[in-house]
Each structure stands twice: as C-alpha cells, then as structure tokens.
Design a protein around this ligand. Structure first.
Ligand code: 13P
Length: 254
C-alpha cells in the first residue's frame, strides 16, 4: 500500500494559500511516492479542487444526517459535491470543542461512507491517560466505538492515531510508543474485521515535521501521516511527503 500524507489545515488558510499551495504542489504530485490529501476549511475545497486537480481533498467534519435543520453544520454529500473524497472525523479538537462522542463519530462515519467519502477516524489519548498507563485502553476503546461495522469494507476507511498531547506541541511519542500503539490498533482491527482489516491504513499524527517525518514514516504499521501546522507551508508539506518510503510496509507487527 502506498503511504498517505494528509494535511489538516484546521481553521486556517485562505484563497492566497490555495494559490500558493497549488503552485508548489502541482508540479511535484506525480513524482511523489505517497498519496496526498489536503483537508482545508470547507469553503476552500472547491477552489482547491479547481486550482490543484492532482490531489485528493477532504473535509474536517460532517453531520450524521444528509440534510435538515442543523445550522452551521455540513453534510457529507455537500463535501462530496464540493470536490472532497475524504473527511476527517472525531479529531480530538472536535471531541473537545464540540463534545463529540464515539457514537457521534461512528454515526458520521456511516454518513460519510454513504455519501461516497472515505472517513479518516481520529483516536488518541490525553496526557493524563498516557502518564497513568491507560493510553492503549483509551485508544482501543475509542476505536471500538467510533468505527462502524463496514469500516474495513472496500473502500476501507483510514484510522489516524493522534495523541492529544502531541498535537501542536512539538512533542511526539518515542518510536517504540508509536510502534506499540499502531500494533495494538492493527491487532484490534484484525480481531474485529478479520483479513479485511489489513486494507485500513493507520496514520500517525501529532507534531509531524520535515525533521522527524522520515523516522515516523518508516516505522512498522505506520501507513502515513496526518499533518497539522506543517501542512500550511507547501515546502514543509512536500518535505514530509518526500520522507514517505516508496512502498509502504506490509501490514504486520514488525
Ligand atoms: P500538528 O501537526 O500541528 O501537531 O497537528 C496535528 C493534527 O492535529 C492533525 O490533525
């Protein structure tokens, strides 16, 4: 499987960034060893699709329902119509800022798949849980309740492991901690979905930068990266993409 490097612009960016990104990324896309996905604010999906036809685009959230009286929300089918093929769901910032439960994330994943979007479901422990030795229990609990039963069915969804304390902090887990968590996630996916689980890429996210991307992306069971701040600078985003190994490692614990 080719690795996937996903940029999450969060609530950042404008038309000037769309143009700058398109200019720098367009020429490089075809020669990259990994697949790129950019997830800008929803209003920038259509302009980015027009300016940068070579890469996949995603939303950062969607509602569980296809339409209705939900002021301020956006439906999966609307993201699809704007040009998205993916959607990030259950990011820790949405879990914290909007009180999104695992059940809500699961319902959104069902809606996303129904609209033809590939869900990128985020899981990750807080600093306290890691300190108390509960990181794996927290992450596997989120995983079990956030993924719908058809998550691994073609086209399979994507899981992103993002420790909350590593996001925007410049801190990352040790390589051993990443390998252990990705291995535990893979084992849980296999226990639930059987052989189909191996079609689910497990991405790492949290302070991925050009300087550490190579070390992260070559770890066993790391199928790519979910990048926040560094995805707002085309050169940094491309440098991270350049660090992806030419062929992703076969799924397995080591
Ligand atoms: P940073 O790369 O800025 O730490 O953000 C990670 C993230 O939250 C991506 O979804």
């Amino acid at each position: 499987m080719r690795q996937i490097v996903i940029g999450n612009w969060k609530m950042n960016g404008n038309l000037a960034l769309v143009e700058a990104m398109a200019r720098e990324v367009y020429a490089r896309v075809a020669s990259l060893a990994c697949d790129l996905v950019l997830c800008p604010p929803a209003t920038l999906i259509a302009p980015l699709a027009a300016a940068l036809p070579g890469i996949a685009l995603g939303g950062q959230d969607c509602h569980a329902r296809p339409a209705g009286a939900h002021t301020g929300d956006i439906a999966a089918v609307m993201l699809r119509e704007a040009g998205a093929s993916h959607v990030i769901l259950g990011h820790s910032e949405r879990r914290a800022d909007h009180g999104e439960s695992d059940a809500a994330v699961c319902a959104k994943a069902v809606a996303a798949r129904g609209a033809g979007l590939r869900p990128i479901v985020c899981v990750g422990e807080g600093e306290g849980a890691r300190a108390e030795g509960r990181a794996e229990a927290v992450v596997l609990g989120q995983l079990a309740a956030s993924l719908p039963d058809d998550f691994a069915t073609d086209p399979a969804g994507i899981v992103a492991y993002e420790p909350v304390w590593a996001i925007g902090s410049g801190r990352t887990p040790t390589p051993d901690e990443i390998v252990a968590m990705h291995g535990a996630i893979r084992a849980a996916l296999r226990a639930r979905f059987g052989g189909a689980a191996d079609a689910v890429p497990i991405l790492y996210g949290g302070s991925v930068k050009p300087g550490n991307a190579g070390a992260v992306l070559t770890l066993p069971e790391v199928g790519g990266a979910l990048v926040g701040g560094a995805s707002l600078v085309a050169g940094d985003f491309l440098a991270i993409a350049d660090a992806a190994p030419a062929l992703g490692r076969a799924p397995g614990r080591g």
